[in-house]
Write a protein that binds this ligand. Structure first.
Ligand SMILES: Nc1ncnc2c1ncn2[C@@H]1O[C@H](COP(=O)(O)OP(=O)(O)OP(=O)(O)O)[C@@H](O)[C@H]1O
Ligand SMILES: [Mg+2]
Length: 411
C-alpha cells in the first residue's frame, strides 16, 4: 500500500517563535517530494512532526487516511534519516543495520539477506564488521541511510542524508536513491540544500521560507513559473537577476522598460489579474542573458554592459557586468576571452523575462510551461496512481507480525 501524507493547517510554535505556519501540503502516494528552503525555515521541524517526534501546535497530520497526531512514532511506520544521525557505537555495521528488523522479530535468514542487499546498494559490504568509530563520516552517513532503507516503511523522511559525502559519492548516492525510489515507490519527503538534488530527484519540490510554504510544483514548473521573487531567487544558480522596471499598457498591448530598453511582452506569456501599470521588478535568469556572439535568433534584445568580474567554471563562465547602472550576472561560453572592464553586448529573448509586483514580489506574468515539462509532469502524476508493482517482491517476504517493542527506529 502506498500512503499519501497530508498536512492540514499545521502550525508549530516554540515559545514565541513560529517554526511552521499554516502548512497545507499533500505528498502524493509514492511521490518523492523534495523540501527546500534557507536555514531555519522549518524543514526539520516539518519532518519531525511527520515522524511523531514533535506535536503540531495546531492542525492535522494524516498518513494514508489515518490521523496520526496522537500516534506515537513507532506506530507510524515511518523511517527517518536525521541531519545528525545516530548509530549504536557499541555495535558493528551489520548489527546497526539489522537492529530494527530483529526488534520486529524477523528471521535471521531474512535479516541476513536484507543486510546484504542494503550494504551492497550503499557500498558498505566490506565494512560490516567495523564499529561506527572506525568509519569515516561519509561511511557513517551511509550506515544511517541503510538503517532506514532496510525497513521498507510506508514513508521515508530524509534530512540532508547526503550532506557529509564527497562530491563523487554524492552523485553516485543520488542516482542510487532515485533508482531505489523508482523500484519501491515509497512515499518520500527529502530535505536538501543542494539545488541539483532538488531538481533531479524530486517529482515535486516544496519551497519553504520562514515557516511558510511558498510553492510546490514539478521542478521545471517551479523554475519556469516561480510564484514569487523568493522562489525565483532560491531556485537556480547563479541566482536570477532582479532589476527595476516599468510596465506600461496601451491599446491592450503591454510593454516593459528596464535596463534602458523597452520591449513588448513576449508572445504566449500573459499578465495575471493583479498586474497593473507602473513599477515592477524584472527577473532575468543568467542563462537567458547571453553573450551576443553566442546568442540565437530569438534573442532580439541587445544590452550594452561593462564586464566587472569573470568567473571561469570550466564548461562555462559567469560574467558579472554593469548594465544601465545595475549589476547583472550572465552565463558565457567557456573561452569567450572577455576581460574585466571590457565593453560587451548582451542578448536577451523577451519571452524569457519574469515580472514581479514591485511591492509584494508576487509574479505578475504567467509564462507557458515547456511542452516537455508538461509531459513529464503528467507522467509523474499518472504513475503515483499505479499499483505498486515491483516493490511487492520484497514486501511480501514473510516477516513476523510487528511487535513494536522499542522506539529505536525513529530516535
Ligand atoms: N526544540 C526547539 N525549540 C525552540 N526552537 C526550535 C526548536 N526546534 C527548532 N526551533 C526553531 O524553529 C525554527 C525552524 O527550525 P528547523 O530546525 O525546522 O529549521 P531547518 O529548516 O531544518 O534549518 P536547517 O536548514 O538549518 O537545518 C528555527 O528558527 C529553530 O531555531
Ligand atoms: Mg534542519
Amino acid at each position: 500500500m502506498l500512503s499519501e501524507v497530508r498536512f492540514e493547517g499545521v502550525h508549530k510554535i516554540f515559545g514565541t517563535e513560529t517554526a511552521v505556519e499554516d502548512l497545507n501540503l499533500t505528498v502524493n502516494a509514492g511521490e518523492f517530494l523534495v523540501l527546500v528552503g534557507p536555514s531555519g525555515c522549518g524543514k526539520t521541524t516539518t519532518l519531525r512532526m511527520l515522524a511523531g517526534l514533535e506535536r503540531p501546535s495546531y492542525g492535522r497530520i494524516l498518513i494514508g487516511d489515518k490521523l496520526v497526531n496522537n500516534v506515537s512514532p513507532r506506530f507510524r511506520d515511518v523511517a527517518m534519516v536525521f541531519q545528525s544521525y545516530a548509530l549504536y557505537p557499541h555495535m558493528n555495521v551489520y548489527d546497526n543495520l539489522a537492529f530494527g528488523m530483529r526488534a520486529r522479530g524477523a528471521s535471521n535468514d531474512l535479516v541476513a539477506q536484507r543486510v546484504r542487499e542494503t550494504a551492497e546498494v550503499l557500498g558498505l559490504g566490506h565494512l560490516l564488521q567495523r564499529r561506527p568509530s572506525q568509519l569515516s563520516g561519509g561511511q557513517r552517513q551511509r550506515v544511517a541511510l541503510g538503517r532506514a532503507l532496510i525497513r521498507q516503511p510506508q514513508v521515508f523522511l530524509m534530512d540532508e542524508p547526503l550532506s557529509n559525502l564527497d562530491a563523487g559519492l554524492r552523485v553516485q548516492m543520488r542516482a542510487e536513491l532515485s533508482r531505489l525510489h523508482q523500484r519501491f515507490r515509497v512515499t518520500t519527503v527529502y530535505v536538501t540544500h543542494d539545488q541539483v538534488e532538488a531538481m533531479t530527484m524530486g517529482d515535486r519540490i516544496a519551497v519553504l521560507n520562514a515557516g511558510r510554504l511558498q510553492q510546490v510544483d514539478a521542478p521545471e514548473t517551479l523554475y519556469d513559473n516561480p510564484a514569487n521573487m523568493f522562489v525565483a531567487g532560491f531556485i537556480g544558480s547563479p541566482r536570477m537577476n532582479f532589476v527595476p522596471g516599468r510596465l506600461a499598457s496601451s491599446e491592450g498591448k503591454a510593454s516593459v522598460s528596464f535596463l534602458g530598453i523597452t520591449t513588448p511582452l513576449g508572445t504566449g506569456a500573459r499578465l495575471t489579474a493583479g498586474a497593473a501599470s507602473g513599477d515592477v521588478t524584472v527577473g532575468i535568469r543568467p542563462e537567458d542573458l547571453m553573450w551576443r556572439p553566442a546568442a540565437g535568433p530569438d534573442c532580439t534584445l541587445t544590452l550594452h554592459a561593462e564586464v566587472d568580474v569573470v568567473e571561469p567554471m570550466g564548461h562555462e563562465a559567469y560574467v558579472t557586468a554593469l548594465c544601465a547602472g545595475e549589476t547583472v550576472t550572465s552565463r558565457f561560453p567557456p573561452r569567450s576571452g572577455v576581460r574585466t572592464q571590457e565593453s560587451v553586448e548582451l542578448a536577451l529573448n523577451p519571452a524569457r523575462l519574469h515580472l514581479f509586483d514591485a511591492q509584494s514580489g508576487i509574479t505578475i506574468l504567467q509564462r507557458p510551461v515547456a511542452a516537455a515539462a508538461e509531459t513529464l509532469r503528467s507522467v509523474g502524476e499518472a504513475r503515483t496512481n499505479e499499483p505498486a508493482e515491483g516493490r511487492s517482491e520484497r514486501h511480501r517476504q514473510p516477516e513476523a507480525p510487528l511487535a513494536p517493542s522499542r522506539s529505536e527506529e525513529i530516535s
